[in-house]
Design a protein around this ligand. Sequence first.
Ligand code: CS2
Length: 489
Amino acid sequence: MQLNQRNIFKIKKQLSCPTYSRQTLKTGIVHIGIGGFHRAHQAYYLHQLLGKYPKSGWGICGVGIREGDRTMYDILKKQNGLYTLIVQHPNGTVKSEVIGAIKEMLLAVDTPKKVIDKMAHPDTKIVSLTITEGGYNFSPLTGAFNFDNADIQQELLHPDQPKTVFGYLTAALRKRRTKGIAPFTILSCDNIQHNGDVARQMVLAFAQKQDAALAEWIAENVTFPNTMVDRITPVTTSADIGYLQEEYGLKDEWPVVCEPFIQWVVEDKFVNGRPPLEELGVQFVPNVTPYEKMKIRLLNAGHSVLGIPGAVHGHPTINACMEDAVFAKFMRAFMDKEATPVLDAIEGIDLEKYKDSLEERFANPNIKDSVSRICSESAAKLPKFLIPTLQENLASGGSIDYATLILVAWCYYSDKEMDENNNPLEIIDTQQNLLHEAAKKTASHPLSFLEVSEVFGKLIENERFTKRYVEMIQLIYEGKGIRKIMSDI
Ligand code: CS2
């Protein structure tokens, strides 16, 4: 049985399905970047909200900006926006339900005008984003907006033919401003510290170049709340699709798998109304910074600290890394000795307990989060997740061994493109060519990888760091084995 609206009356005999009318649902939210994470997190919260308040108008219109979003668009279109969320508990319990919050989908490359009109429509109160860490288009070196990007240059010249999220946001806001329609809130849901502030800075930098009066209007009228989002969502596999087919006879071409844990902390500054998500456990706080920082520096960095050496060693998943005592101990030591000393205290949060809970979540044997997902786009992730911790420890004289070894392992990974058993690595990184070119010179020039300043900034100038880095590079290139080096620290 194909998952779609027509079949819901049959599917609901076996699975929990939307109880609200989806036909009459208004879409108060336009979301850019309909991937697994959005569907396990924000769309799930809104699905629950619609169950409580069916007429509240907080449905979602999903937007894919890139050509790469086409498969998701086609599948969700076929399924009338419906998909199954498969929640995998550590004890083996599986809870699946059909989520209906995404009422419609648009693919910007096909229908750019429709996307602008939708975003400019008075019903749209919020435009939310999961455009990934790299999507914010700023240089980690200077923090400035990257105007060299060819798409950005094109849309600066042709404001009515946007290509990137920045072009779409400004085109829609321009329309609202001209027509006297109240603006929308821009809600970033990516793992970047101060994600709202960064989104604001980038949108304003872009708008300023395109239309200074519009930039001023945005600065005065649009809000960009900072948010911390959390739910581990592995890549969907054919086994997950097969599970629904076997268990329920349901054909869902792109279900989402996730852990039971879910968290959302948001700054309460919405310019055009917001859903009452506090009724579902979302925390609205005046300042989200300490929560974001804690999550990015512990959870996201913790993932990379397991995933990168895990890939080199040949562990397939994060839970496999956690089953290896050397890896589990290394990750906790990184958190305790390097990440925690440079974190701020948060009232009401016990960091020790938070770290214990991360260990449990990472070890969930039913999530099977692949190390290739964790290592994907490391060039965008590490400057946000890991390198700031290293820099702060360099400044304070704190421990640097654990973070340094991760960069060493990442160099080896980027150079060899094979694990230590000579199995090819599945590397997904838009910067892989650049990283590989730099890393492959390591044997003759041990610091070459660090010359990728877009990623490492000025780390190469710090002697304490480069000394330790070179020592570890020697060990790994001599063939000592990443696991042994980790256990010797
Ligand atoms: C992961 C995140 O991409 C990564 O490297 O750390 O996707 C992580 O699983 C989520 O942020 C959890 O909320």
